[in-house]
Design a protein around this ligand. Structure first.
Ligand SMILES: [Ca+2]
Ligand SMILES: [Ca+2]
Length: 159
């Protein structure tokens, strides 16, 4: 009887060790492993890791802003943008490394997360968001096409 109790205790111990090793979650599903990197616009600590151009109040003749992820070794599969579709026409185009990646048509939907697939990009990746509508009447006070964050989804482990 003592042996049986010991065996049960050991079994629980082994199960406990396996659960504590996070790599067991990933090795069986290597091809689908991803990680996400978020550029939190407006958060200085987050912004410090990237190159941001044209954020905040803009001159009248400027209708775009961009975020650059530098020296990215992993293949980037998608970019997701959390943006405000408010009462103004917040339609925009997205360009990645100056190539058209997609469009959003404003429908007054509130805060929206929109994802654009990318072709496994590496290196420097610049996402440019271009406002496509004329300025609304309160543009100077409220702006247009507000962005909360830009998120990159990439293959995990430098793949
Ligand atoms: Ca809108
Ligand atoms: Ca933000």
């Amino acid at each position: 009887m003592k042996k049986l109790i010991l065996a049960i205790v050991m079994l629980f111990a082994v199960v406990g060790v396996v659960k504590a090793c996070p790599q067991y979650q990933y090795v069986t599903n290597w091809a689908e492993a991803t990680h996400i990197e978020r550029v939190d616009v407006g958060n200085a600590d987050s912004e410090a890791n990237y190159i941001l151009e044209n954020w905040g109040p803009l001159p009248d003749d400027t209708n775009y802003a961009s975020v650059t992820l530098s020296n990215q070794p992993s293949r980037v599969k998608a970019v997701t943008i959390k943006h405000l579709d408010g009462v103004a026409d917040d339609s925009f185009d997205v360009y990645v490394n100056d190539i058209f990646a997609g469009h959003y048509t404003g429908v007054h939907a509130g805060w929206v997360e929109t994802t654009y697939p990318l072709d496994n990009l590496t290196g420097d990746i610049t996402v440019k968001i271009v406002s496509m509508a004329g300025k609304w009447e309160y543009w100077s006070g409220w702006g247009q096409v507000a962005i909360d964050w830009v998120e990159f989804t990439m293959n995990g482990y430098g793949e």
